[in-house]
Design a protein around this ligand. Structure first.
Ligand code: SAM
Ligand code: DTB
Ligand code: SF4
Length: 341
């Protein structure tokens, strides 16, 4: 394939322009580069702003599992697929149990604790507990992240005032493919929550999933949405679909791992200063694919043997891989200000 985009290696320290006006074609052209050129350029950009031998470790906990009213076709937690997934709904966890689990995660080496709830949006009656969780985890000296669905202005402000460092809300895919995946809330509603979080001064964590049967232009479209936001998300999780039995995506063919690596590389080039997280799907990924992801600019992973409802590699397995690659976990670095432009 002839690559329309040329990689210029004459000045290795050439800083990329921080852009918010990407066209789909430009992004498709990046995806179409020869693999080695693409990964080389992503690693070059990565080195300008990140330590290439360090990876940030975030750990997840599901503080409220299952019974969700949304119909996201990839998700084990939607009530719509309960009959086939068999996943039972739980109540919101007690605050102290969450803080105790965060302490264990910290002892295991994680620096950020990401608390997820299977909600369309938080109920006001749950907010006191949510705030106490943020405060309790922050008191441990960890960075905090929450993903609770859509937020209104008041909830956003309460989270900001409690000192929440990051709010995760994914766009999931391109605007065009989105309606094939979720019908119960719109793409625009997701963007509205991201805008609220950003305006309140919290760090935005937003990314999506690949391997959901989307076209290459949808992967480009997803990255276009993220990079063309007024500020790049501080953190961009790229998830490989975990094909959960009992969900409509159970039998989807796995995406070629090189296409996954390309997605990480293009995200890195388009959002040079953001953290790009190699997120769900590592359990099914070879060590070599993960190493390529780090080479392509992934600067963070989910650590710990559980994601929300599915398995993640065990800590010692990850540390063995880190040792083989000479990678070190990054130190805690709670950002007081949003760093991405
Ligand atoms: N309910 C909240 C929401 O949807 O915003 C928060 C939790 S939700 C599980 C967070 C994100 O996890 C989703 O937006 C999706 O990107 C990712 N996710 C969920 N199930 C997944 C799966 N099976 N494979 C890969 N990523 C998944
Ligand atoms: C994100 O982008 N990925 C995480 C986190 N944000 C909340 C969730 C992955 C979930 C994978 C499927 C599961 O364990 O249920
Ligand atoms: Fe609910 Fe979030 Fe799962 Fe969608 S992704 S069904 S909103 S828990």
């Amino acid at each position: 394939m002839n690559a329309p985009v040329k990689i210029d290696t004459t000045d290795m320290n050439q800083e990329p322009e921080i852009r918010h006006d990407w066209t789909k074609q430009e992004i498709m052209d990046l995806f179409a580069l020869p693999f080695m050129d693409l990964v080389f350029e992503a690693q070059r950009v990565h080195r300008l702003y990140h330590n290439p031998n360090q990876v940030q470790l975030s750990q997840l906990i599901s503080i409220k599992t299952g019974g969700c009213a949304e119909d996201c076709s990839y998700c084990s937690q939607s009530a719509k697929y309960k009959k086939t997934t068999g996943l039972d709904a739980t109540k919101l966890m007690e605050v102290q149990r969450v803080v105790d689990a965060a302490k264990k995660a910290k002892e295991g080496g994680a620096t950020r604790y990401c608390m997820g709830a299977a909600w369309t949006s938080p109920k006001d009656r749950d907010m006191d507990s949510i705030i106490a969780m943020v405060e309790g985890v922050k008191d441990l000296g960890m960075e905090t992240c929450m993903t609770l669905g859509m937020l209104d202005d008041e909830q956003t402000l309460r989270l900001k005032n409690a000192g929440l460092d990051y709010y995760n809300h994914n766009v999931d895919t391109s605007e065009e493919y989105y309606k094939e995946i979720i019908t119960t809330r719109s793409y625009q509603e997701r963007l509205d929550t991201l805008e609220r979080v950003r305006n309140a001064g919290m760090n935005v964590c937003s990314g999506g999933i690949v391997g959901m049967g989307e076209k290459p232009e949808d992967r480009a479209g997803m990255l276009m949405t993220l990079a063309n936001l007024p500020h790049h998300p501080d953190s961009v999780p790229i998830n490989m679909l975990v094909a959960v039995p009992g969900t409509p995506m159970e039998h989807l063919e796995r995406l070629d791992p090189f296409e996954f690596v390309r997605t990480i590389a293009v995200a890195r080039i388009m959002m040079p200063k953001s953290e790009v997280r190699l997120s769900a799907g590592r359990q099914e990924m070879s060590e070599e694919t993960q190493a390529f992801c780090f080479m392509a600019g992934a600067s963070s992973i989910f650590y710990g043997e559980q994601l929300l409802t599915t398995a993640n590699p065990e800590n010692n397995k990850d540390m063995m891989l880190f040792n083989k690659l000479g990678l070190k976990p990054a130190e805690v670095n709670a950002k007081k200000e949003c760093h991405a432009k």
